[in-house]
Ligand binder design. Structure first.
Ligand SMILES: C[S@@+](CC[C@H](N)C(=O)[O-])C[C@H]1O[C@@H](n2cnc3c(N)ncnc32)[C@H](O)[C@@H]1O
Length: 228
């Protein structure tokens, strides 16, 4: 019997000043994902059917490396793990952290603005996608692109906070495996969730709220998307 629960969090170093240091949102995702695994299934999908996993906006690589750790403990969970980020520095950081966790070039990386630089060969291929996106509304001071600093990519989701995520909803459809795909993402009470839900529906998805946690000035919310 495989017991996934004692599987540790990845060891993460954040030496790069422009890379998002894992926070409550990152660990909320990991803790939930850990609970989704058992001997035969991941959240209702048969383990053997999971061929490709994507962690988009990987930052330090924490979520991608977590899947790699699960893979090393679970003999029948054997997908290819992909990780991507818009920032080159994040990709470097994730590669360093992959090594730190004793994996050698097992994760495949793309430096890409959402799915822009993904090869066509990955169309309709992912069974699990995680995205802890930049989800906060930009302040008056920095919503102008010319004022945007590199680290702002970590949190600045656009003027309303969900512009980047809306683009994700549009682009992700080409990459969903028609045999089954679960998408997990984080949102925040700081954005207009009614408007966001409308956009989610317009893109053909159903949103399932999984967990909510109050932190300082907001609720961070873990959600799952299903294509209807
Ligand atoms: C909140 S951080 C999450 C980092 C990491 N996944 C975690 O949970 O700790 C958001 C990440 O998304 C990346 N990002 C922002 N805009 C992006 C885009 N358009 N395409 C790909 N990645 C993006 C940022 O560079 C940052 O690493």
């Amino acid at each position: 019997m495989i017991n996934i629960n004692p599987i540790p969090d990845p060891i993460i170093k954040t030496d790069y000043k422009n890379v998002y240091a894992p926070s409550d949102d990152s660990y909320m995702l990991i803790d939930y994902l850990r609970g989704c695994f058992n001997q035969d299934f991941f959240d209702g999908i048969a383990i053997e059917r999971i061929e490709n996993v994507l962690d988009l906006g990987t930052g330090t690589g924490i979520i991608a490396i977590f899947f790699q750790i699960i893979k090393s403990h679970h003999p029948r969970f054997n997908p290819m793990i992909y990780a991507s980020d818009i920032e080159e520095e994040a990709i470097k950081c994730a590669r360093d952290n992959e090594k730190l966790n004793n994996f050698k070039d097992e994760i495949k990386y793309f430096c890409s603005n959402l799915f822009e630089s993904f090869p066509k060969s990955l169309h309709h291929s992912f069974n699990i996608i995680t995205f802890n996106p930049p989800y906060l509304p930009a302040s008056e001071f920095i919503h102008q692109d010319q004022n945007k600093k590199v680290i702002d990519h970590s949190w600045n989701g656009g003027r309303k906070g969900y512009e980047i995520f809306s683009r994700f909803l549009d682009e992700v459809k080409d990459f969903i495996n028609p045999k089954g795909c679960l998408i997990y993402y984080i949102s925040s009470s700081r954005v207009n969730l009614k408007e966001l839900n409308k956009i989610i529906k317009q893109n053909g998805f159903t949103n399932i709220l999984l967990q909510k946690k109050h932190i300082f000035f907001e609720d961070i919310i873990l959600n799952k998307l299903l294509l209807v």
